[in-house]
Design a protein around this ligand. Structure first.
Ligand SMILES: NC(=O)c1ccc[n+]([C@@H]2O[C@H](COP(=O)([O-])OP(=O)(O)OC[C@H]3O[C@@H](n4cnc5c(N)ncnc54)[C@H](OP(=O)(O)O)[C@@H]3O)[C@@H](O)[C@H]2O)c1
Length: 219
């Protein structure tokens, strides 16, 4: 299950999982954005598009209900949905509370299987290396990191494993249109994320934030 799957890294990640043979539930926030429709034509059996606004509890509950109609469990929940602009309340509701409510609503579907939860964070939320402005966004990622840390403490003893991922500066759609500046294409950030999300680690009892190269970051 991948949130924020319409475009950018979330979309590229859907394509990557599908290419590797996974069944994917893609959270669709933008009903008129066509990329997921094209992907569904290519993978009609494997891809399920699910209307999802992570900022709205009723929407997240409904999405979990729709997924439950197709499967009794999901292996991996990827919290990718995120926004960098907007008023403080909205940014926090999507980037922090959105991830939290998504985990809460999908947790009943994760009592068996792989039991892995992944989050898209950012180096901009790392307090010890913080070096820029940027309104609510960096603070929301700091809050996300702490939220993930608290989830980790609760859910790791129950068998869950976690991935906290910083994709780097990606030429995605965070500004509202496809960015022409950045270090990576969404497909590059997604390919690295896929490798890290599906592979096991020796040290699953330690929560770390990793980048596209697998390097650890302070967070
Ligand atoms: N791009 C970077 O350089 C960068 C760096 C570090 C971390 N990240 C993180 O990586 C993740 C993916 O970002 P991206 O770069 O792929 O950005 P993106 O291209 O904007 O993709 C994010 C997707 O999530 C959607 N979304 C927005 N609000 C939502 C909501 N309430 N519910 C569900 N989906 C919603 C967006 O729709 P709209 O386009 O309509 O908003 C968009 O389709 C984010 O968490 C971001 O913070 C990105």
């Amino acid at each position: 299950m991948i949130t924020g799957a319409d475009r950018g890294v979330g979309f590229a990640l859907c394509a990557c999982f599908l290419d590797h043979g996974w069944r994917v539930f893609a959270g669709r926030y933008m009903p008129d954005w066509p990329e997921l429709d094209a992907l569904r034509e290519k993978f009609p059996e494997q891809l399920h598009t699910i209307p999802l606004d992570v900022g709205d509890t009723a929407s997240v509950r409904a999405a979990a209900g729709m997924v439950r109609q197709t499967t009794d469990h999901i292996d991996l929940l990827v919290n990718c949905a995120g926004i960098s602009h907007g008023d403080e309340r909205t940014v926090f509701n999507v980037n922090v509370t959105g991830a939290l409510r998504t985990v809460e609503c999908f947790l009943p579907l994760m009592q068996t299987g792989m039991q892995r939860i992944a989050f898209f964070s950012s180096e901009c939320g790392a307090i010890s290396v913080s070096h820029r402005d940027g309104g609510a966004y960096p603070v929301s990622k700091t809050a996300l990191n702490m939220t993930v840390r608290r989830m980790f403490r609760t859910l790791r003893p129950k068998g869950f494993t976690f991935r906290l991922y910083h994709p780097g500066w990606v030429r995605s759609y965070m500004s509202g249109r496809k960015s022409t500046v950045g270090n990576f294409e969404p497909e590059e950030a997604a390919a690295a994320a896929y490798g890290q999300f599906v592979s096991d680690r020796d040290a699953e009892d330690v929560l770390v934030m990793t980048d596209i190269s697998g390097e650890m970051w302070p967070w």
